[in-house]
Design a protein around this ligand. Structure first.
Ligand code: C2E
Ligand code: CA
Ligand code: CA
Ligand code: CA
Length: 275
């Protein structure tokens, strides 16, 4: 398949525009990168705002290519999503993250959860649930210590099927977080239809929450909504004490951001957070 890809590239290269061209070469670099083990996960800690206790971590994909250097997930995830490569990468991320979380638990982190991003294409994969069960079985991680982060858009595309999938995950004990909450176009009705555990407030609402009356109102509304629905809230992108102070005072349960910890390699994570 790889050789074919290269021929295709030669024949058509002068017909594609620059964006397509760089997308295509990035895509084939990604294929090679997977084979060469250039992808890894970094982990960003998530803390309780009240106690300061470490509660979990979000696994974030990283790609370091010898010639391209570090490529942002904002760039390669959408490409992986379009090309279908996300199925391989996503399955790998899930397995690695579960395995890592189990190791940290055995090394002393109790009740620690791992949060893994699930892309739209992965979520509609036929063997999605199988993949989750496999990752749990192989790692020995308890389902209750796995959180899957999905976006509103994924749920709304096919609410019926999404509901069925989420219900099965819920029955199995796996937790669900709505990522980038409030940035999609969905109705709030789904909040009562689906078995959710966490809302993640997008960084874009947190950035100016201390100074902007609008953002303050949005964050406040999300927090009271979550309280009424019995959901936990994670604020992402917390960078300073003023933001943390506001969020804590308003009852936001959990925080994740550069202030409390950047995403780091698993070795650094262990060193920093496991005394
Ligand atoms: P996201 O899921 O919203 O992840 C949070 C992003 O915010 C991460 O960017 C994280 O490094 C960044 N962040 C966290 N705290 C702060 C902060 O205080 N300040 C700033 N400036 N940034 C902060 P990252 O790692 O570059 O990932 C970008 C996006 O790529 C993620 O957004 C997610 O949508 C996607 N992504 C990353 N890893 C995966 C993965 O394994 N699977 C899938 N499907 N998507 C992933
Ligand atoms: Ca493509
Ligand atoms: Ca996320
Ligand atoms: Ca976000």
């Amino acid at each position: 398949a790889k050789a074919q890809g290269k021929n295709y590239w030669k024949v058509y290269s002068d017909q594609v525009d620059d964006t397509e061209r760089s997308d295509l070469s990035l895509e084939s670099a990604m294929y090679e990168g997977i084979e060469n083990g250039e992808f890894m996960l970094h982990y960003q800690p998530i803390f309780c705002t009240q106690t300061g206790q470490l509660k979990g971590a979000e696994a974030l994909m990283r790609w370091q290519n010898p010639s391209r250097g570090f490529v942002s997930p904002m760039k390669f995830i959408p490409l992986a999503e379009n090309s279908g490569l996300i199925k391989i990468l996503g399955a790998w991320a899930l397995r690695s993250a579960c395995y890592q979380a189990k190791q940290w638990q055995e090394a002393g982190l109790k009740d620690f959860y791992i949060s893994v991003n699930v892309s739209p294409r992965q979520f509609v994969q036929e063997d999605f649930l199988d993949m989750i069960h496999k990752a749990l079985n192989e790692s020995g991680l308890l389902p209750g210590n796995l959180m899957l982060e999905i976006t509103e858009g994924v749920l709304m595309e096919n609410p019926q099927r999404s509901g069925a999938v989420l219900t099965q995950l819920h029955v199995a004990g796996v937790k669900i977080a709505i990522d980038d909450f409030g940035t999609g176009y969905s109705s709030l009705a789904y909040l009562k239809r689906f078995p959710l555990s966490v809302l993640k407030i997008d960084k874009s609402f947190v950035d100016d929450v201390v100074n902007s009356a609008e953002d303050m109102a949005i964050v406040g509304t999300i927090l009271s909504l979550a309280e009424g629905l019995n959901l936990l809230v994670v604020a992402e992108g917390v960078e300073n004490d003023a933001q943390l102070g506001f969020l804590r005072q308003e009852g936001c349960n959990l925080v994740q951001g550069y202030l409390t910890g950047r995403p780091v390699h698993s070795d650094a994570f262990k060193e920093k957070y496991m005394a």
